[in-house]
Ligand binder design. Structure first.
Ligand code: S3P
Length: 425
């Protein structure tokens, strides 16, 4: 993919459905009684991996574009898979499914691609083991492949060392199969999509401050689930609208769950002309239209409890920092190192290639913004968010930018380049 400066972006866009919520719709729909109909499903590679894992466990799933029908089998209706479950590139699939698999009356193995096999799984092995689960890393390196011998679990109260929705969700899902209640307390609040959807389908889940709790053996009922647009995908077009001159973009039906929408606050603090329209709080997940116009940005500090609310948007925010006047500091974000790539290293390296003044740190980076950027060859490390963030940087840089592995956008946003193109027409 080769990209050069854009003169103007305008128009309306509906970004694809939320990735986190799409995974959860399939997982919880499979464990519910009756049919779940998900509308606005993200047919990206990660969520298709989740569908294929549940099909291997006997669940009938009919997927046609963004509409998915899941024939739920109830909490105890999964069948033993014949083969190793393949999560592809998806950390959410491995970590959330491990919580479910730990409580099944069968054994299973789950793994994924080269990136997945390097990502830390001790963070789920430790609490699941405390719950009496039998789960181990086959290679003994704390990573997938994971071997799970399902058995009766014990409820725990877990004090999580990381603010991670994947860890929290894994434990809560295992808690459905445990004796007694299960709760998780996090150091900062991570996305709460699992809690919201469990409650929506009928489970008894409470959230109080940094703690979420679940009662065992919920009876989930299949329902219609309307999945909002993914704010992590909208992030690229918010940034594009801010950076490219003479732009005005309307992004329709974007999820604005407060545990996910930290980017909106940060953009506003940077001086963005960004307005929320038609807010809809009627369903379990709030949504709104986002209107974004070209803005001159100033640097900011992104830290603390804000970090989990924008963790996947940090590559894009770092790029915005490079175009803003003044200094942008990102700290408390060491989690970036264990995403699809080491995003502290990959963002810093690619920003440097484009001529930005950036210094990586142990838990983030410092960016002295305002230097004009030049096109470069981007090293994506096959990380979809790096490919998309630097495609947007290219729209506001001199010369040509080349994204050699641009195909990796299919993980979360298969139509990304078509959508970008539609705004340039
Ligand atoms: C996700 C949670 C986040 C996020 C990931 C999706 C989820 O990971 O980075 O893309 O769906 O629960 P962590 O919770 O591990 O930070």
């Amino acid at each position: 993919m080769k990209i050069t400066r854009a003169k103007k972006l305008s128009g309306e866009l509906t970004v694809p459905g939320d990735k986190s919520i799409s995974h959860r719709a399939v997982m919880l729909g499979a464990l519910a009684e009756g049919v779940t109909e998900a509308e606005g499903f993200l047919a990206g590679a990660d969520c298709l991996s989740t569908i294929s894992c549940f099909r291997q466990m006997g669940i009938q799933i009919h997927q046609e574009g963004s509409r998915v029908l899941i024939q739920g089998a109830g909490l105890h209706g999964l069948k033993s898979p014949d083969n190793i479950l393949d999560a592809g590139n998806s950390g959410t699939t491995v970590r959330l499914m491990s919580g479910i698999l730990a409580g099944q009356p069968f054994s299973s193995m789950i793994t994924g691609d080269a990136s997945i096999q390097k990502r830390p799984m001790k963070r789920i092995i430790t609490p699941l083991t405390e719950m009496n689960a039998s789960i181990s890393s086959v290679k003994g390196n704390g990573c997938a492949p994971l071997k799970i011998q399902g058995q009766k679990l014990q409820g725990i109260h877990y004090l999580s060392p990381v603010a991670s929705a994947q860890v929290k969700s894994c434990i809560l899902l295992a808690g459905m199969y445990a004796k007694g209640n299960t709760s998780v307390t996090e150091p900062a609040l991570s996305r709460d999509h699992t809690e919201r959807m469990l409650r929506y389908l009928g489970a008894s889940v409470s959230s109080s401050g940094l703690t979420a709790s679940i009662e065992p053996e919920p009876r989930l009922s299949g329902k219609k689930i309307r999945i909002p647009g993914d704010i992590s995908s909208a992030a690229y077009f918010i940034a594009a609208g801010l950076l490219v001159p003479n732009s005005e973009i309307l992004l329709k039906n974007v999820g604005i769950n407060p545990t996910r929408s930290g980017m909106l606050k940060v953009c506003q603090a940077m001086g963005a002309d960004l307005t929320l329209l038609n807010e809809d709080h009627s369903g379990p997940e709030p949504m709104a239209d986002l209107l974004v116009r070209t803005s001159s940005l100033k640097g900011t500090v992104i830290e603390g409890s804000l970090i989990p609310t924008l963790i996947d948007e940090l590559p894009m925010l770092a790029v915005l920092g490079a175009f803003a006047q003044g200094t942008t500091v990102i700290r408390d974000a060491a989690e970036l190192k264990v995403k699809e790539s080491d995003r502290i290293a990959s963002v810093s390296e690619n920003l440097k290639r484009m001529g930005a003044d950036v210094t990586p740190t142990e838990d983030g980076m410092v960016i002295h913004g305002g230097k004009p950027l030049q096109g470069a060859v981007i090293e994506t490390g096959l990380d979809h968010r790096i490919a998309m963030s630097f495609s947007i940087a290219a729209l506001a840089a001199d010369g040509e930018t080349e994204i050699p592995d641009a195909d990796c956008v299919k993980i979360s946003y298969p139509e990304f380049y078509q959508d970008l193109h539609s705004l340039q027409a």
